[in-house]
Design a binder for this molecule. Structure first.
Ligand SMILES: C[S@@+](CC[C@H](N)C(=O)[O-])C[C@H]1O[C@@H](n2cnc3c(N)ncnc32)[C@H](O)[C@@H]1O
Length: 248
């Protein structure tokens, strides 16, 4: 299914004011922590969706904040929430592959955006991010763990991507369909345009990021299982997501 269509149709399901989907527990808090002390630093949030991360980072002290997303409905939902409780976040509907800006940002985040882009498009976006970052600026992004679709077989809650018959190396750029569950029991449709670890590292280097990225492989921890065994238990110690942080 077309990404824009998926998110236009599901914007209301995604809208949330508190953690609800699996990755709101297993990934986003680690992205927020990786942003560190924001203390007025400007943020570009690409693939910002309905603004969940934007609202959190603004509350943690971000300065000028621009969120961009392909889906007009997700941006509409973000703007509605901003109108209800203004935090000073600017939102714009556009395709990040075409997005260009004269502005310079201190931080760029992309939370589960690149699983919607082919390698060539991701590389274009990496270059645009490099140009949009001030010297010393940080690029922080999370993606599905490249191994996850291959180690987690079966279409079961609370998260899966269907990769039956697919190969880690030869099926790069193939789109795997999946679902991620909210703790309420509602599934959200997600997609993963497959990439290997090499693709991420090559793309960053080609874009001009020459310092070693920090990476963290994210999973369900014992601490999370202790809070809700039925929900988190099936994914204990599975390789779910990867967080990258690199400096310009
Ligand atoms: C899984 S959602 C994550 C949203 C948000 N980052 C969050 O963490 O809540 C992925 C988002 O990427 C957006 N997206 C996918 N392809 C895009 C593109 N080419 N340009 C801009 N946004 C895109 C989708 O519209 C969707 O809102």
């Amino acid at each position: 299914m077309d990404t824009q269509q998926v998110y236009n149709q599901n914007a209301q399901k995604w809208l949330r004011l508190e953690p609800s989907s699996l990755s709101d527990f297993t990934a986003r808090p680690l992205v927020f922590d990786a942003c560190g002390e924001l203390a007025g630093r400007s943020v570009l949030d690409i693939g910002c969706g309905e603004g969940y991360c934007a609202r959190e980072l603004k509350c943690r002290g971000a300065g000028d904040y621009l969120g961009v997303d392909l889906s007009e409905q997700m941006i509409e939902a973000a703007k509605l929430q901003e109108a209800k409780e203004p935090l000073g976040i600017e939102y714009r509907a556009c395709d990040v592959v075409e997005f260009q800006t004269e502005r310079q940002f201190d931080v760029c985040i992309a939370v589960f955006l690149f699983n919607y882009l082919r390698v060539e498009d991701m590389n274009k976006v990496f270059r645009r991010v490099y140009d949009a970052l001030a010297t010393g600026g940080e690029f922080i992004f999370s993606v599905p763990h490249p191994f996850f679709p291959f180690v987690r077989v079966g279409e079961n809650p609370p998260f899966y991507f269907s990769a039956a018959g697919k190969n880690y190396f030869t099926d790069v750029n193939q789109q795997f369909e999946g679902e991620i569950w909210k703790r309420s029991g509602e599934p959200l449709h997600v997609q993963c345009v497959h990439k290997t670890f090499t693709d991420y590292f090559d793309g960053l280097r080609l874009a001009g990021f020459y310092t070693m990225p920090e990476i963290r492989e994210l999973t369900v921890t014992e601490e999370l299982v202790a809070t809700d065994e039925a929900f988190f238990g099936p994914l204990l110690n599975e390789p779910l997501h990867v967080l990258f942080k690199v400096k310009k």
